[in-house]
Design a protein around this ligand. Structure first.
Ligand code: MEV
Length: 408
């Protein structure tokens, strides 16, 4: 069905199934000392309605329950009209650290006086991003007057990466600019590298759930909605809880980021730094109940992902994932990631606020134990059901049931 939905060719289907996909020769070109290729499950999350459009979400993840939970949450948001998303222009930040300045304030003024000229020089370098209409957009200066090594001036290059993640282009641009900034300021340019706190490149998603959709019993539904708000308030007030709450968000986002061949460490770094932007590490989501008694969920975070360049182009399965998503820009991919993060978070805190997460988890866990005990095909579910009925989900029990089934 997924193949039909996305009109996958037979080559693309075999990449999705893991029959072909990334081969040793391609892997060898991607990193150093390659000795093999490591596979992970790719699932597809359902029920997502994003800006009025149905989307199937490919997710690469090793953790059971994540895909089921997010699909279930997306079904509830669908009842409220699906997700409405938005995003900033794909602006990356490149940093140049300037040291040994006689006066950081004078140096800052000197850089700003040359801004237009410097931006034009960066764009004159050309490259595929500039050809597609991107490139240097702005220069900003930040003063760090007191650091362990004295005052420093930080120059930010704001760079429109278009549909790329943009790391290479930004790093090239700041390395190119650094000597010119040294000569303008008389200082010494030290680090020249992008920032993963891509707070100029955020994506956001909002969704609504009619409270009546949360449970058949109206009192139970109200209690669940209130429970979700209480769970969110805990994460917003307590960094210990916020870390786990945001981890749940990243369960969903990382899975899409990995499926599409993007750099999930970069996305993780940006998300967590952004979560701490006011000095306390907090929730990346927010929930409230409106006057019409509907539950709203909202998320915003930096999302530097691309649909061209890097592994997104090289990895055959990443190409298939992008085709299934049907995205035509880096911004729409980022927005879908935001919607997935919100849905994943809602699924987790709803479960935590009601029955807890272990019940669902134990079923998936039982499946893994059954398979490890040698169950195959239909026997996997037989072993799972029996272990759950007996409330005895253990490898020894799984092995005994497998033996008994084989005997039959
Ligand atoms: C588990 O991978 C994620 C959760 O812990 C997230 C959360 O606690 O919100 C369930």
């Amino acid at each position: 069905m997924v193949s039909q939905w996305a009109s996958l060719t037979s080559a693309e289907q075999s990449a999705m199934l893991g029959i072909s996909g990334l081969n040793a020769a391609q892997a060898d070109h991607m990193i150093e000392n390659t000795v093999g290729v490591y596979a992970l499950p790719m699932g597809v999350a359902t029920n997502f309605l994003v800006n009025g459009k149905d989307v199937l979400i490919p997710m690469v993840i090793e953790e059971p329950s994540v895909v089921a939970a997010v699909s279930n949450a997306a079904r509830l948001f669908r009842e409220g009209g699906g997700f409405v998303t938005g995003s900033d222009d794909p602006i990356m930040i490149g940093q140049i650290q300037l040291l040994d300045l006689p006066d950081v304030y004078v140096a800052a003024g000197a850089v700003m006086a040359q801004k237009q000229q410097l931006l034009a020089e960066v764009n004159a370098l050309g490259g595929s991003i500039v050809e597609r209409g991107g490139g240097a957009r702005d220069l900003q200066v930040r003063l760090l007057p007191q650091t362990p090594v004295g005052a420093m001036l930080i120059v930010h290059l704001l760079y429109d990466a278009q549909d790329a993640m943009g790391a290479n282009a930004v790093n090239t641009a700041v390395e190119y600019l650094a000597p010119q900034i040294e000569s303008i300021t008389g200082g010494r340019a030290h680090l020249r590298i992008l920032s993963n706190l891509t707070d100029q490149r955020k994506a956001r998603a909002e969704g609504v759930i009619p409270i009546s959709a949360l449970a058949d019993d109206p009192i139970e539904a109200e209690r669940t909605a209130r429970g979700v708000i209480e769970a969110w308030a805990f994460a917003d007030a307590d960094p210990y809880r916020a870390a786990t709450h945001n981890k749940g968000i990243m369960n969903g986002i990382d899975a899409v980021v990995i499926a599409t061949g993007n750099d999930w460490r970069a996305v993780e770094a940006g998300a967590h730094a952004y979560a701490a932007r006011d000095g306390q590490y907090r929730s990346l989501t927010r929930y409230w109940i409106d006057e019409a008694n509907r539950l709203h969920g909202w998320i915003e975070l930096p999302l530097a992902v691309g649909i061209v360049g890097g592994a997104t182009r090289v990895h055959p399965t990443a190409q298939v994932a992008l085709k299934i998503l049907g995205v035509d820009s880096a911004q729409s991919l980022a927005e879908i990631c935001a919607a997935v993060g919100l849905a994943q978070n809602f699924a987790a805190i709803r479960a935590l606020a009601t029955e807890g997460i272990q019940r669902g988890h134990m079923r998936m866990h039982a499946r893994q134990i059954a398979m490890a005990a040698g169950a195959t095909g239909m026997d996997v579910m037989r072993v799972v059901e029996q272990m759950i009925d007996e409330n005895n989900i253990r490898p020894e029990r799984a092995r005994a049931i497998v033996q008994a089934l084989k005997g039959q």
